[in-house]
Design a protein around this ligand. Structure first.
Ligand SMILES: [Zn+2]
Length: 539
């Protein structure tokens, strides 16, 4: 080999080894309530961040959740762990506390409350998390040198993505500030205090959420059947953000957290984290997980087809461009990996489905609970056997049943049989029969993947397609195994990503695997997914 050739090979080798390093900064973005349906419908209208990652990245239009109870805490935990709830344990947003007989947020931890907040039963620590997250993996892999920060308006989203070893921050609608928990920190870092001291949420008080584009470009009507009116926001644009109050307070903070304006606040806080923590500054990989929570609130209040949801995604498109630019500024162009997905999709407003000719139906869990309790206790006067219904979980009052000297499994099976007779219920099964034959057209495996014995209900059930289990008289929800709830997009962009659109469905559990492969970490411990080679350039 001549000297010239040797030098050329050395240069190539050096270039390759620089190329082969893991991304300095990974942005792991979850959009709360962005199903494939709504994302694809809006696709032609993206001009900023979404447009960029779709053109240059690897796009999987459909990633499916394996389990039935498609809600925020479960979805974020599955995105972060590559596991289903039967392994990670985060089956729902709330579970029954058998000691008190009350539903509690799943990340409630009396030993580790929210920092500098009065005692409350609320999400505050990852104690309930039973699986390793990408955040934990990174921290262990880099022996603590790689930083992991997670941010969301909702505590349950931030906690799920932060795992046991990262640090999670979320927005308190009681105080209008970003907070954390004593699990993570003794006191808030200087950059968080500095951010909060400027009272950024108060700056939106007295302002309104107006359309970002020409009204002619929005599909359908602004005011539709079944839309909600909460926190003084009203049903039509422009939406006042003052919560109907004379000064900033919990009502105006909730109004803000339900509006598309909150995306800007989330990005501002994420940028403060990048600067404050020095993310992306060296070759040790860092992870910044961000969940855009207000999209979900907008979805619940006005529905997936609303002008509000359209405006949310148009504004999110810009917010994501802004966030990617900040990450590239910190880590350098070519050193950033971006992953975007969602924790679940969502149902249309049932009255709008019905008007369109589908079997849209609004089913109140409270009514369902009452009916069932009446039937179950027909021979046990004065007793109440139903403790609570939370999405697909029906909890029975085991103590009340024992007091009446009844066999628990018999009562569970009776409850399942009674629920199954309801015309709006597709399938109901006692936990005793969960591993038996599937009486439904193939939905039982989705209940199994979401079952965690010490936390799940006594009876598991799934409503009929187009039936929305919702206690409110307006708005809509999610939480079923149907495509509108369980299909979300998955996008990978940046370092190590091979671009392309891959139309065939993947599993949501593949997202953590693919991210781990791109970050060159190895899989989270209980991962059920497989890295999608199609998205990986291999360099
Ligand atoms: Zn939701």
């Amino acid at each position: 080999m001549t000297n010239r050739h040797a030098l050329a090979s050395l240069a190539l080798l050096l270039a390759l080894s620089a190329e082969a390093k893991a991304p300095r900064l990974t942005l792991f973005i979850a959009v709360d309530s962005m199903g494939s349906d709504v994302f694809l419908r809006m696709k032609p209208r993206y001009k900023a961040g979404f447009d960029k990652v779709l053109r240059e990245g690897a796009f999987f239009p459909v990633a499916r959740y394996d389990y039935a109870e498609t809600v925020t805490a479960a979805g974020h935990t599955t995105l972060a762990t590559g596991a289903n709830p039967w392994r990670h344990g985060v089956i729902s947003n709330k579970i029954l506390n058998r000691a008190t007989g009350k539903l509690e947020p799943i990340f409630t931890d009396p030993n580790h409350p929210v920092l500098e907040a009065p005692p409350a039963i609320e999400d505050s620590s990852p104690a309930a998390l039973k699986a390793e997250t990408l955040s934990d993996r990174l921290t262990l892999f880099t022996q603590g040198k790689g930083k992991s920060i997670s941010i969301a308006a909702k505590a349950r989203a931030a906690i799920a993505m932060g795992g046991k070893l990262g640090r999670a921050f979320w927005f308190s609608e009681a105080t209008g500030k970003f907070v954390s928990g004593t699990y993570y920190l003794k006191e808030l870092p200087t950059w968080v205090k500095a951010f909060d001291d400027k009272k950024p949420a108060d700056q939106w008080f007295g302002k309104e959420w107006a359309l970002i584009d020409n009204p002619k470009t929005y599909e359908g009507e602004d005011d539709r059947v079944g839309e909600s009116d909460w926190y003084g926001l009203g049903k039509k644009f422009p939406h006042p953000l003052s919560g109907g109050q004379p000064q900033p307070g919990p009502q105006s903070y909730s109004a803000l957290a339900s509006s598309a304006m909150f995306n800007e606040l989330t990005v501002a806080f994420a940028k403060a984290a990048i600067d404050g923590e020095g993310l992306g500054k060296d070759d040790v990989p860092d992870l910044l997980s961000v969940s855009f929570s207000s999209v979900d609130r907008t979805f619940h209040l006005w529905g997936p087809y609303s002008w509000e949801m359209q405006d949310q995604l148009l504004r999110l498109d810009r917010a994501i461009a802004d966030l990617i630019a900040a990450a590239e500024k910190a880590a350098g162009k070519g050193n950033v990996l971006v992953v975007i997905s969602a924790d679940h999709g969502g149902a249309n407003v049932p009255e709008q489905w019905a008007a369109a000719g589908m079997e849209g139906h609004r089913l109140s869990p409270v009514e369902l609970e009452k009916e069932l309790d009446k039937e179950l206790t027909a021979k046990a006067t004065g007793a109440h056997f139903v403790a609570a219904i939370e999405e697909t979980d029906l909890y029975l009052d085991q103590k009340a049943i024992a007091d009446k000297k009844l066999d628990l499994a018999t009562v569970r099976r009776a409850a399942a049989a009674s629920l199954a007779k309801n015309p709006w219920v597709e399938l109901a099964v006692s936990r005793d029969d969960l591993w038996g034959p599937d009486p439904s057209p193939g939905y039982l495996p989705a209940l199994r993947a979401g079952f965690f014995a010490e936390r799940s209900g006594d009876v598991l059930f799934i409503t009929r397609p187009f039936t929305v289990l919702e206690v409110e008289p307006a708005g809509t929800s999610h939480g079923t195994p149907y495509a509108y709830d369980n299909e979300v997009p998955a996008i990978f962009w940046g370092k190590g990503v091979k671009s392309g659109t891959f139309a065939g469905p993947i599993r949501v559990v593949d997202i953590a695997s693919t991210t781990a492969a791109l970050m060159e970490l190895g899989e989270p411990a209980q991962s059920e997914g497989s890295a999608r080679d199609a998205a990986i350039s291999g360099r």
